[in-house]
Design a protein around this ligand. Structure first.
Ligand code: NAI
Length: 673
């Protein structure tokens, strides 16, 4: 384990202990072998003067849900030590009561709610405390004789605490065990099946003790646990059509059982494939988590996906999960949904499921760290210590159905309309397509935006401000069949399927009469405005069939119901597109796929309406540009966001019972009416 301590920076921050606390917390947070996505916590004890001029001992502890990698001063919560120390003397209180009391101990009501392990921090008589779930340490403890193994590794330098549920029980256990202990003889504590704590009089002492202790565990594993040779291909192979379709079926089944659309991401890296191909993978992967902290994200175990019938594997997982709940519940808890959060797919890799791309990625990371820990424990070469043995099922249930998590279920949360859904939008680098990608993303969808523009990825991340995990920009000329197939495959591998397809990419060729029109102009427009949407729809249909409330929206044109002279190269393929959409509605209805058409006009905040194009069109109608722009009934222009809202409505519940419809969004056109 690399020691990242930088004394120059630390010396600069010494005068401000909270800044120093931020610095060393971030060092821990940066290493995913120590903590993952919001795990772990840290604290510092300071003496401060209150508004009455009285001196108080204050514990600054990480706020609940804060991420050590990105924490700042505001992420730490100040608590009065006198109140906290009294709490530890109580023989028993519920965690709900403990959380309430911790909030009463806060000296700043605007600070975040303190970590549920704040009480534990207050008991430990050191100024600086670091707590992580270091993979190597927890791996050693998740073995049949984990307590003896860590004793062998650490001798008397670490206090060993048997597993108890984090929260009041753990704090109280440590309080009881340490009543007669000389703290100075220890550098930290090993919390069996949970994590490691280091402490010190100075920030660097606590940090270095953490790094040294984790290094010892890593060295042990390196020496005594040889990972099996990973002789699977070195590069993740491209997925074939069959694997992609199976992935979409897996995602659909998981979404149905979860009762909400979910994403699925297949990690087919050599490591993931190797793990999924181990002969005993079903047995070893389903015993339990690395640390109980992960349960709320991952559930007790992954689903083992039997290639022959993936749907049945997921149904069996759900029945087993329900039986596990029935075995342990005191009838006061509310059962969580019975869908898996990750899966082991033999020969293919590891699949993670989440309601949004962030959750899917977090679960994917936890799953990969878990897979590594399991293999290391299973390969320890001493028979006395070998084997993956996490906490018992009772403890797993206690952690998963913790009263604090159950209480959260009562707070009503309305997820965004398209959460867990996957939308493909073509022509997403500009105008209507960009507005659609942006709006779907704001409404919670994972979006793949296809465009011929090589800047597509940058444009989307700039405009959507949602990070690369939520929105995927794929450079693709939609007239190229091979490129389209690749873009569709990339979308499915990344998100798990396709629910919404917006066929928007289009061009507006120079206006020419039928007499003048050049072959090239005609053929090019047919290719982009008619053949491309047909091919894209064809590529997506197999995935839309496995989609959740699947829907296709064609962006055609007012030129279809009300054509103008000199625009046959544009209007004819748009009319063909409309006919294609109507037939698609007829053919795909039996699979629950809705197909609808939007006919926009006068959407001037787009790339299509250059000043030249405006002048050209105005001329065709014998109007000035201003007259042309206000020639509709409502005397208005239509904004791209307004078209995007219409598209989202059509793909959503408002139009749930509508297919084959053509809706104008054109400010009202006499000829259309
Ligand atoms: P735009 O020019 O702002 O956006 C079109 C996007 O499609 C561009 O990002 C472009 O790079 C992309 N694109 C073009 N050819 C492509 C190809 N072969 N492969 C991949 N991407 C390609 O134009 P706007 O106005 O947003 O147009 C979007 C759709 O709306 C078009 O189908 C257009 O016919 C239709 N429409 C627009 C109206 C308007 O008033 N702006 C009115 C009626 C229909």
């Amino acid at each position: 384990m690399k020691n990242l301590w930088d004394q120059k920076t630390a010396s600069r921050l010494e005068k401000n202990p909270l800044q120093l606390r931020v610095f060393s917390s971030q060092l821990l947070g940066l290493d995913s072998d120590l903590v993952l996505h919001g795990g772990g916590n840290t604290s510092v004890k300071l003496r401060e003067t209150n508004i009455f001029g009285e001196e108080e001992d204050i514990l600054y502890v990480k706020g609940s849900g804060r991420n050590l990698a990105t924490i700042d001063i505001e992420g730490f919560t100040p608590l009065r030590m006198t109140h906290m120390n009294k709490l530890a003397e109580l023989a028993h209180i519920s965690d709900t009561m403990m959380v309430r009391e911790q909030q009463l101990a806060m000296t700043n009501p605007d600070a975040p709610s303190p970590s549920v392990e704040a009480l534990l921090h207050s008991i430990i008589p050191f100024s600086w405390i670091d707590h992580t779930h270091a993979d190597a340490v927890v791996t050693l403890t998740n073995t049949p004789k984990g307590d003896k193994l860590v004793q062998d590794v650490y001798g008397d330098s670490m206090l060993i605490i048997p597993y108890v549920m984090p929260g009041f029980k753990l704090a109280r256990k440590v309080y009881e065990i340490t009543q007669k202990v000389d703290w100075q003889q220890y550098e930290g504590m090993i919390l069996l099946n949970h994590g490691i704590i280091s402490f010190g009089a100075e920030a660097h002492e606590s940090y270095e003790r953490m790094i040294n202790a984790v290094t010892l565990a890593e060295k042990f594993l390196k020496k005594y646990s040889s990972m099996q040779k990973n002789n699977i291909k070195k590069k993740a192979p491209a997925l074939n059509q069959e694997t992609l379709s199976t992935l979409a079926r897996i995602r659909k089944k998981v979404s149905i059982i979860r009762g909400a659309a979910s994403l699925a991401r297949l990690n087919n890296s050599p490591e993931a494939q190797f793990f999924s191909s181990l002969p005993n993978v079903k047995n070893i992967s389903t015993r339990g988590p690395i640390t109980s902290d992960h349960l709320i994200r991952t559930k007790p175990a992954p689903v083992y996906l039997n290639q022959k019938n993936v749907e049945k594997s997921i149904e069996d997982f759900a029945s087993k999960y329900e039986a596990y709940f029935d075995r342990h519940t005191n009838r006061k808890q509310t059962r969580l949904d019975s869908a898996p959060r990750w899966g082991v797919w033999p020969e293919q890799g590891i699949v993670s499921f989440g309601r949004n791309p962030d959750e899917t990625e977090i679960i994917s990371d936890i799953a990969m760290h878990t897979a590594k820990a399991i293999q290391r424990a299973e390969n320890i070469n001493s028979v006395n210590y070998r084997g993956w043995k996490p906490i018992s099922e009772d403890h797993i249930f206690e952690a998963e159905y913790w009263e604090l998590q159950q209480a959260k279920l009562k707070t009503e949360f309305q997820p965004p309309e398209f959460e867990g859904k996957i939308a493909v939008v073509t022509g997403a680098a500009s105008g209507i397509g960009l507005a659609c990608a942006e709006h779907f993303s704001q409404l919670g969808a994972a979006v793949a935006g296809l465009d011929i523009n090589p800047e597509i990825n940058n444009i989307l991340s700039e405009h959507t401000n949602s990070g690369s995990t939520h929105i995927l920009g794929i450079q693709c000329d939609v007239t190229e069949k091979h490129a389209v197939a690749k873009a569709v495959a990339k979308t499915v591998q990344c998100f798990g399927g396709i629910d919404i397809l917006v066929l928007n990419a289009g061009t507006f060729p120079a206006g020419q009469t039928i007499e003048e029109i050049e072959d090239e102009t005609w053929n090019k427009s047919l290719k982009t405005n008619l053949t491309a949407p047909q091919q894209l729809l064809q590529s997506c249909v197999p995935f839309l069939k496995e989609g959740i409330d699947p829907s296709v929206v064609f962006i055609a044109s007012r030129n279809v119901p009300a054509p103008g002279p000199g625009a046959s190269a544009y209007s004819v393929p748009k009319a063909g597109q409309t006919q294609l959409a109507r037939i698609a509605a007829l053919e795909l209805g039996k699979y629950g796929i809705r197909v609808n058409i939007i006919h926009p006009d006068c959407v001037y905040d787009t790339g299509l309406w250059t000043s030249k194009a405006l002048e050209r069109s105005a001329r065709r109608y014998g109007l000035t540009v201003e007259e042309y722009k206000s020639r509709n009934i409502l005397k208005t222009d239509v904004k791209t966001i307004e078209v995007a809202r219409m598209v989202c409505a059509m793909a959503g519940s408002v139009f749930a019972k509508t297919t084959g419809a053509q809706i104008p969004i054109d400010g009202g056109n006499e000829r259309v009416i």
